[in-house]
Design a protein around this ligand. Structure first.
Ligand SMILES: Cc1ncc(COP(=O)(O)O)c(C=O)c1O
Length: 377
């Protein structure tokens, strides 16, 4: 299993001074103060023990209420919600629980770096489906139909997308849902960036007709609430499916960290205004980076979710690794080569705009200089 293509760059970048990083995939914001205080208060009350394996019941109730309010999907907090150590654990549980040796899992690309390795760890075979900027990086039912075989067990969707910022339209999702029903697939839907969408609707996969019964919904607090370091998320699925995830969780993790669970509860109860503020800031940065990249000659698809821009570097005739490495050494700007997210990511770079406007502007300026030396215009 190759190491993550992202980390290698950050190990290099960490040793260099005067770096501007558009590389790391996490909010630059600190967790809002009231959420941190909820965690601190929990420690002060001496809440230092395990919680129930599935997580605190009041957190599961708050998660269920959020999903109903926001997306009109109903889960029983007692049997259909499991608190996990981030979506990372949720992915591991879902794939371990669902995939038998040799099962194929359809994985639209470019995608989060962990998807394909996690399918392999579970003994499955990841089947990458390329998506393209011309098609707004949205996978189609026709592509899935072409890639499926009798061994196809599951579909792994990650929208809003890391690394492209694409959001799947309702129309596309309905076609995909039809196919999933026809072929009895389990759908693992990673919706970690659900709150970070810009003037478009995020459709929660289990809210589509006939999908609740076959979907494992993975969600978390890392991105929307700026809580990456707390390591907290959840899985929601019909009791029969969730039970299988629960077994793996019970024997590998026991329970998610107690302090983080208390903080997550506070986030769900009181965090909406903070989320709205952060989304407004990301949106401003998004507009700045997308127009800036296009202006310096790197064609950039307009992302509608998450906090990544994914411009094409085709005009430089460099590979994405060469580009990222050159930019890092010559201009001290860190970006991630698109090839880290799958073969069809070659020819692109991922720029995270979860950083200040000043940093974005300075990075654009440095990239322009780099392109003047290497852009093949
Ligand atoms: C699409 C996607 N899924 C899952 C994760 C893991 O998130 P968590 O911090 O909830 O484990 C990330 C983190 O970057 C991500 O981008």
């Amino acid at each position: 299993m190759p190491p993550s293509g992202i980390r290698r760059f950050f190990d290099i970048a960490a040793t260099m001074p005067n770096i501007i990083s558009l590389g790391i995939g996490e909010p630059d914001f600190i967790t809002p103060l009231p959420i941190r205080q909820a965690g601190i208060a929990s420690l002060e009350r001496g809440e230092t023990h395990y919680t129930s394996n599935a997580g605190m019941l009041d957190l599961r109730e708050a998660v269920a209420a959020y999903l109903t309010d926001q997306y009109d999907v109903v889960y029983d907090p007692a049997r259909e919600i499991l608190i996990t150590v981030g979506v990372s654990e949720g992915l591991y549980l879902a794939l371990t629980a669902v995939v038998d040796p040799g099962d194929e899992v359809l994985v639209p690309e470019p995608c989060f770096v962990a998807y394909k390795p996690e399918v392999s760890f579970a003994g499955g075979v990841p089947v990458p489906i390329p998506t393209y900027a011309e098609d707004s990086f949205q996978v189609t039912a026709a592509q899935l139909r072409e890639a499926m075989t009798p061994r196809t067990k599951a579909l792994l969707l990650g929208y809003p997308s890391n690394p492209t910022g694409a959001v799947l339209s309702r129309e596309r999702l309905l076609e995909i849902a039809e196919l999933a029903r026809e072929h009895d697939w389990v759908v693992i839907s990673d919706e970690l960036y659900d709150r970070l969408v810009y003037s478009v609707e995020h459709v929660c996969f289990p809210s589509l007709p006939g999908m609740w019964e076959r979907t494992i919904l993975l969600q978390g607090f890392s991105k929307g609430y700026a809580m990456t370091g707390w390591r907290i998320g959840y899985a929601a699925a019909p009791a029969g499916l969730l039970e299988a995830l629960y077994k793996v969780h019970q024997y590998t993790i026991m329970s998610a960290p107690t302090t983080a669970q208390v903080a997550a509860l506070s986030a769900l109860r009181d965090g909406d205004d903070w989320v709205a503020e952060m989304v407004a800031a990301y949106d401003q940065r998004r507009r700045c980076i997308v127009s800036g990249l296009n202006e310096i000659g790197l064609d950039c698809f307009e992302p509608q979710g998450a906090f990544y821009a994914f411009p094409s570097i085709a005009r430089t005739r460099m590979t994405s690794e060469e580009f990222a490495e050159g930019l890092l050494h010559e201009e001290q700007v860190a970006v991630v080569p698109g090839s880290a997210f799958g073969q069809c990511g070659e020819g692109y770079i991922r720029c995270s705009y979860a950083t200040s406007l000043e940093n974005i502007q300075e990075a654009l300026h440095r990239m322009e200089r780099f392109l003047q030396r290497h852009g093949d215009l």
